[in-house]
Design a protein around this ligand. Structure first.
Ligand code: GDP
Ligand code: MG
Length: 163
């Protein structure tokens, strides 16, 4: 049976970019516009020999109307529920933000297998932000660049180990 992988994280860490890469879709489909309503998307994905369904939690950033934190939390919990494994993304360029800690707590409470992914690792100074990821208590941060396709073999290894 195919397993399901949900990509979780605060807005702008690169969830949709990673989704598109795993799903083999064009990077141009990433929507940068804040406030644009998009549904959560599920797509067959491939990472070398691994086949799974990937779930993007697009829409987390579209919550201007109601309580942002409440909506992010609800969507995140739904996506985690559906998943066999969670890819928890942080942005190595900016380092940890308060919302990262909120999401990490939600993920940890579910007890789902989780891989902590430090995206934008190709950027200047990303090493510091990546190492900050240890503070989340979700294990070793795996540095990747979703945009440039770097770190994919390590991501594959981490997924296999976490499953
Ligand atoms: P989301 O809100 O978490 O879905 O984030 P997006 O996938 O929409 O990406 C947010 C921004 O980060 C966009 O401008 C992307 O081009 C950029 N981005 C995503 N991945 C990377 C990466 O690996 N490196 C760099 N430098 N930028 C990235
Ligand atoms: Mg997105």
């Amino acid at each position: 049976m195919r397993f399901k992988v949900s990509i979780i994280g605060r807005p702008n860490v690169g969830k949709s970019t990673l989704f598109n890469r795993l799903a083999g879709r064009k990077l141009a489909l990433v929507d940068d516009t804040p406030g644009v309503t998009r549904d959560r998307r599920v797509h067959p994905a491939k990472l070398f020999d691994l086949r799974f369904d990937v779930i993007d939690t697009a829409g987390l950033e579209d919550a201007a109307a109601s309580s942002l934190e409440g909506r992010m939390r609800a969507q995140t919990e739904t996506a985690i529920d559906e998943a066999d494994l969670v890819l928890f993304l942080i942005d190595a360029r900016t380092g940890l933000m308060p919302d990262d800690r909120t999401f990490a707590e939600v993920v940890r409470r579910t007890g789902k297998p989780v891989v902590l992914v430090a995206n934008k690792a190709e950027t200047r100074g990303a090493q510091g932000g990546m190492l900050e990821g240890w503070e989340l208590g979700l294990g070793e941060p795996i540095p990747i660049s979703a945009e440039h396709g770097e770190g994919m073999p390590d991501l594959r290894e981490a997924i296999i180990e976490a499953l």
